[in-house]
Unconditional design. Structure first.
Length: 637
């Protein structure tokens, strides 16, 4: 415990030095705008250790900015207000402040300002990155990635290597949350290379994140090695929040290794750090972990004490997920202690928290859809206004200079443009019509599968099958309306479909769905394009095969094209043609024909190659399966 307090005193001295320097500078600031900048700088220094101080100094800065109408200072005030709210767990209020900061920085960039453009861009990048943190904390990962990418683009433009590292690190965290470990490690390594090159303190945070991934992958040696490297670096910097989080992860690591004393020690260090930071979010998590630790040791009184405190913090900052876990743990502990009334009370609270989380997730989905709709409406309006103004200006200039002759040329060009637009719209509607043909085709096949499954397996097994089918239908209906869906949603849909077919055919086959690091998070693919080929691989390749089979679906980017390959080790094309019946032939040709038309229209609308290649695999002059390769234009959603 003495060592822990010594570390805190070192951190306090390291943090206090720049703050004291700024405080000494404050009385000598010659202008109000200079005072605002110093006050904002002091507020920013407190953001990791004392959110109340951050808010206080930002408030003093705001009073001056309103007096002198200093937009740059006010934008930084909003950033500091937002940072204070993040520490306290008030994400909605935090994001409102970051959005206000973003609007002011964008306004300054669009006007002639006395402030250096690089400083304004730095502030705008901070506003984007801060919004990314809020979205990431709320598990709105698509929006988080969008904001981090915007921030990264600006940091690269103004060559701020330290902030480039942070952006890479944050993007890696989002991919880690989505369990896309290969992409997460890719971005963490990019961040770490730069951090070690420039001696950036945040290298400790990156090493921690990499250790977490290795731990989740079961690579204990790599995880511990990265944790220990991070621990050495944290001891020499002032990132208290990062050090607290690392100690919590080390507690988790040793808890899994059954080294209870080490786990307890690291959890306690983490708790003391979070308490000193007034970070109730982190403290609530560590208290819950300690409660679990003592519960496993049958120290139920201590476990109850920590679980209750975890619950108090979670309620104070409104973190439903932690309330859910703490209430459940308390219910179990009171049940063990033969306190049925308390056990029932906390169980009821656990159920309420569980239902609230479900409702919150639904609200998040609705909010995301609403935000996307609003964004698209604004974009269309701005585009329409821009086109209208441009056309009006061109018309007036040409009318003044070239008069009647050039007016005729403009008229002809407008007609051509309208015709091309009309052709494009017709092609898009034809694409949608073909897509709509795929929906009933897909549903009909699934219903046929359910029918045969019920006959073969009976009612009880069919219930499990129907549950998976229901989930798949929800995904299909949700994303089949658009012309493109994100690749991760297509993968999720394929995962559900293949699990359904595994159940139907009694684990007749195994499968693997994966994508390379070249595939970006916002790349899109037409819905229900891949599924028919996966279905054919199962029905015509693997089902007739003796023994079990394997299907692999892989997404990659080659030669500026999105490549999707579906490979199976079934009986192959030649033998499949000999075995299939007339009804199956019609079924297969329908899906293949519609897909070919969709690819043809895609080529016409994007002016890029889109085709399909079906290959029979051979091994020792014997059929070894089938490979379907879809080459698609790269499009973004």
């Amino acid at each position: 415990m003495q060592l822990l307090f010594l570390l805190f005193s070192v951190f306090g001295m390291a943090q206090k030095a720049p703050i004291d320097s700024l405080k000494r500078v404050l009385p000598f600031a010659k202008t109000d705008s200079a005072k605002v900048n110093v006050l904002n700088a002091i507020a920013d220094k407190f953001k990791e250790s004392n959110p109340d101080s951050t808010h206080w100094y930002a408030t003093q800065a705001q009073i001056l900015t309103q007096k002198i109408k200093y937009d740059f200072g006010q934008a930084n005030v909003f950033l500091n207000f937002g940072n204070a709210q993040i520490i306290l767990g008030n994400y909605k209020t935090a994001n409102l402040n970051f959005e206000k900061a973003q609007a002011l920085f964008e306004k300054l960039l669009a006007t002639d300002s006395e402030i250096d453009e690089k400083r304004i861009k730095h502030g705008l990048a901070r506003a984007y990155a801060s919004q990314g943190i809020v979205f990431s904390q709320q598990s709105i990962y698509y929006n988080a990635l969008e904001m981090y990418q915007k921030a990264l683009k600006i940091y690269i433009e103004i060559n701020q290597k330290a902030n480039i590292c942070k952006a890479y690190n944050n993007i890696g965290i989002v991919y880690k949350s989505q369990q896309n470990y290969s992409l997460a490690l890719h971005y963490f390594k990019k961040a770490l290379d730069i951090q070690l090159q420039i001696g950036e303190q945040s290298a400790a945070t990156t090493l921690t994140n990499m250790g977490v991934i290795y731990a989740e992958q079961g690579n204990k040696n790599a995880a511990l090695a990265h944790y220990q490297r991070a621990e050495k670096l944290f001891k020499n910097n002032d990132n208290k929040r990062g050090f607290a989080l690392l100690n919590n992860y080390l507690g988790d690591f040793y808890n899994k290794e059954k080294e209870i004393l080490k786990a307890e020690n690291y959890y306690n260090q983490s708790l003391l750090m979070y308490e000193a930071l007034q970070n109730k979010f982190g403290a609530s998590l560590v208290l819950y972990n300690l409660g679990n630790l003592y519960s496993n040791q049958k120290k139920y009184d201590q476990a109850v004490e920590f679980a209750l405190k975890s619950l108090v913090y979670a309620k104070e900052i409104g973190v439903l997920d932690q309330q859910f876990h703490s209430e459940k743990l308390l219910s179990e502990l009171y049940s063990i202690q033969n306190k049925p009334q308390l056990a029932l009370e906390h169980y009821k609270n656990y159920v309420v928290a569980r239902d609230s989380i479900a409702n919150q997730e639904n609200n998040k989905k609705m909010l995301r859809l609403e935000m996307e709709s609003e964004y698209k409406s604004k974009a269309k309006f701005l585009e329409s206004e821009s086109k209208r103004k441009t056309q009006l200006t061109i018309f007036m200039l040409i009318a003044a200079v070239l008069l009647l002759g050039l007016l005729l040329v403009i008229y002809n060009r407008m007609q051509i443009k309208k015709r091309l637009t009309l052709q494009k719209e017709v092609a898009e509607y034809e694409q949608k019509a073909l897509h709509l043909q795929m929906n009933p085709h897909f549903v009909f096949n699934c219903l046929s599968s359910i029918s045969s499954f019920i006959v073969q397996n009976g009612t009880d097994s069919a219930l499990k099958y129907l549950s998976k089918f229901s989930k798949l239908m929800r995904l299909t209906l949700e994303y089949s309306k658009g012309s493109l869906i994100p690749i991760d949603k297509e993968i999720e849909s394929l995962q559900n479909y293949l699990e359904l077919e595994q159940l139907r055919f009694h684990n007749k086959f195994t499968f693997l769905i994966h994508s390379s690091e070249n595939v970006e998070f916002n790349m899109g693919i037409p819905p229900l394009l891949v599924q028919p080929f996966v279905e054919n691989a199962i029905l015509h390749g693997l089902v007739p095969k003796e023994g079990n089979g394997f299907i692999e679906v892989h997404f990659d980017v080659e030669n500026k094209q999105l490549i999707c390959s579906i490979t199976d080790d079934g009986i192959g094309l030649t033998e499949s043609k000999l075995m299939k019946e007339n009804s199956v032939t019609a079924h297969q040709s329908m899906a293949l024909e519609i897909t070919k038309k969709r690819l043809q229209i895609m080529e016409e609308t994007t002016a890029q190659l889109a085709n399909i290649e079906i290959i029979e695999l051979k091994e020792n002059n014997q059929s070894a399966g089938t490979k379907v390769i879809l080459r698609l234009p790269i499009q973004f959603v």
